[in-house]
Design a protein around this ligand. Structure first.
Ligand code: AMP
Length: 193
């Protein structure tokens, strides 16, 4: 993996462990020589993460819609910054620039973004790994709900299993690097016939 797109909160959350984890994950990306692709803001965990990559000599590519520049305090010191017109352009560019996707703790925006790339993997539109850095069990209730979705017959077990969940950043990156995508395209054509 040469680049990882990270989705995370435009807030820092109430527990200092979230900021600590974002900072450590940024330092890890820099040490591993993995370029960070992210939303380009300088607020919340987004800003903490980008600053940590840069402070440790790593590369950061930001992609921010013009209309969000003020609200998310566009980061002025990135290795590369793309100012785009729409949210859809932002997500498409982030997806094409990254070899993998990771969610750190975050809110609705983070969830929307990670679910989009997860559902696109489910459809076989891409075969890049999707992971969750489960800081302090933040994502456990959401993942439990998705297990409920499997039991209820709405989420297929292989699709649920695609997401790599880890509480440790280094272990998460290692497992994502070893990811073998399931043959979803085959599944789609088998179902369609
Ligand atoms: P949040 O997790 O809500 O703090 O938001 C994290 C990031 O997701 C911010 O950069 C938001 O601008 C971004 N975001 C929110 N909604 C969307 C969306 N529908 N498409 C793309 N990015 C979004």
């Amino acid at each position: 993996m040469r680049s990882v797109c990270v989705f995370c909160g435009s807030s820092a959350g109430n527990d200092p462990r979230f900021a600590q984890a974002a900072s450590e994950f940024g330092a890890l990306l820099a040490r591993e020589g993995i370029t960070l692709v992210y939303g380009g803001g300088h607020v919340g965990l987004m800003g903490i993460l980008a600053d940590a990559v840069l402070a440790n000599g790593g590369k950061v590519i930001g992609v921010i819609p013009r209309a969000l520049w003020d609200r998310e305090v566009g980061h002025r010191n990135l290795t590369e910054l793309h100012v785009v017109e729409t949210m859809h352009e932002r997500k498409a560019m982030m997806a094409s620039l990254a070899d993998a996707f990771v969610a750190l703790p975050g809110g609705l925006g983070t969830l929307e973004e990670i679910f989009e790339v997860w559902t696109w993997a489910q459809l076989g539109i891409h075969d890049k790994p999707v992971g969750f850095l489960d800081v302090d069990g933040f994502y456990a209730p959401l993942l439990a709900f998705l297990d409920h979705g499997v039991e209820a017959g709405f989420v297929r077990a292989p699709h649920r299993a695609m997401a790599i969940v880890d509480q440790d950043g280094a272990s998460l990156l290692r497992r994502m690097g070893e990811y073998q995508p399931p043959k979803v395209t085959k599944w789609i054509s088998a179902q369609a016939t």
